[in-house]
Design a binder for this molecule. Sequence first.
Ligand code: DX5
Ligand code: ZN
Length: 215
Amino acid sequence: MILISPSLLSADWSCFGEEVTALEKAGADWIHVDVMDGHFVPNITFGSRLVKAIRPFTTRPLDVHLMIAPVDPYIEAFVEAGADILTLHPEAGFHPHRSLQHIRKLGLKAGLALNPGTPVQMLEPLLEEVDLILVMTVNPGFGGQTFLDSQLPKIEAVRKMIDYKGLDILLEVDGGITAETAKKSREAGAHVLVSGTSIFKDGPQSYAKNIQSLR
Ligand code: DX5
Ligand code: ZN
């Protein structure tokens, strides 16, 4: 099973609703929303209002990647806006365990994202509280960067950890995903692929073909 989660970072920002409709038609499994604050990462994008605005345009899960610090004060707003998955970085607050518990308590899936510089050991004490692990294969902040092969052993290590403990956790990768790096990521054990550049290139008429080529 492979799930494709196109990142709206690379969409046409003048018409997010239409873009989401086009992605769903093209076979997207989830919609990935990259929230950036210009503080945790060196770029600013959008907040919960965008999630609320696109919610009526799709029945697909909204996979919200929070690159904001602090993260806790904004969790409820994203829940109310209609997100399905909220993924945070462990460095985005003093108590990631509590933040993950909070997300789950509000009825959403809780995700934890590991930056290229964040060790896999960070996960161990949090594993029981996560539904999804996101391994970043670029430094967060921008689309269009080159996939870091150095992160493949981390994907493998996370896969082993999940399987060894028999946990029901989704393993997602994000950053520089192309047909070639999708294959490497899959072989390393990931089965949810986030992609911006590779899906949005050549406009809406190519979304289905681009999603298919990643699959
Ligand atoms: C980067 C974001 C990614 C980004 C991926 O901080 O988390 O989701 O949009 O874009 P590509 O596929 O272009 O690397
Ligand atoms: Zn992302």
